[in-house]
Design a protein around this ligand. Structure first.
Ligand SMILES: O=C(CO)COP(=O)(O)O
Length: 273
């Protein structure tokens, strides 16, 4: 492994746990300008305050709002985009590895939707970016979801295992994919994937305890990271939620201990301490 890749990975992965707590703010092209993400500069301030390892964003946002946070958190440079409304089965490539290097990113991240004929182009794109990332010493992250037009149940363990394994086959270092609904079924995904597996947040409602429980169950069967978005930055105390998730990931806290950490952090913030 090139030393550049080793150095970038050491910034992305928490020193204590070896896991990555990532937050993503790459939603607008995919889902619209959702409530809570309008003022991206304040979103980033609140996210970084929670102390995650990394934040994922597109190039324009990296240029406009990331610089004050450099050195405090890693930037993951998003290289593709899809739209749930206009092209739900296909990711468009919107950036390249040389730009990730120039923007100071610690990883490049690309999305891929598998499970239909649309995956042909996306496999080609991922294969190419994998080669270029390796040459540049740039860790490669992929958000891979089995949401193609031929998939009946995108959260079934077989479909998610297929998605994760496709990324591992093409040299992805960390694959972010969907929750399968239980630790038992998610274990199949992790066991079939020789690369690190991370979890997307998804549409989990607004219950913090459910969110933490999903994270704990996945960690217990080998999850290596999370890249969470909406739930975290739409929450009234973003930083406190991140600290609670960090306690699960890096200190092996239980769900109830993580909830206590959330309460304590949220109270501290309310009192301005
Ligand atoms: O990957 C994501 C968006 O790119 C995950 O974010 P959510 O937690 O909002 O699903």
């Amino acid at each position: 492994m090139f030393v550049g890749k080793q150095i970038r990975l050491s910034r992305l992965l928490n020193r204590k746990s070896g896991r990555m707590l990532g937050i993503t703010v790459d939603h607008p092209i995919t889902r619209g300008v959702l409530p809570g993400i309008e003022d991206i500069s304040s979103v980033l301030d609140r996210v970084v305050d929670g102390g995650p390892e990394a934040v994922t964003m597109h190039k324009g946002i990296a240029e406009k709002v990331f610089p004050p946070h450099a050195g405090k958190v890693s930037m993951i440079f998003k290289a593709s985009a899809y739209s749930t409304q206009y092209h739900p089965h296909e990711e468009a490539i919107v950036a390249e590895v040389d730009e990730a290097v120039r923007y100071g990113a610690d990883a490049i991240s690309v999305g891929m939707i598998v499970g239909g004929p649309e995956q042909t182009t996306q496999l080609t794109n991922l294969g190419r970016l994998s080669r270029e990332a390796a040459l540049a010493g740039m860790p490669l992250i992929a958000h891979i979801y089995p949401k193609g037009s031929m998939i009946k149940d995108p959260s079934s363990a077989d479909a998610v295992a297929y998605a994760a394994r496709a990324g591992a086959e093409l040299g992805v270092d960390l694959i972010k994919t969907l929750w399968t609904g239980s630790g038992e079924s998610f274990r199949k995904v992790v066991e079939a994937c020789p690369s690190r597996v991370a979890l997307a947040g998804g549409d989990m409602g607004d219950n913090l305890e459910d969110y933490l429980r999903m994270t704990r169950e996945a960690l217990d069967v080998g999850l290596a990271g999370v890249t969470y978005g909406r739930f975290v930055w739409q929450h009234e105390d973003t930083a406190a939620v991140i600290r609670a998730i960090a306690s699960l990931m890096h200190d092996e806290a239980t769900v109830s201990e993580a909830l206590d950490i959330y309460e304590e952090q949220a109270a501290r913030r309310r009192e301005g301490r």
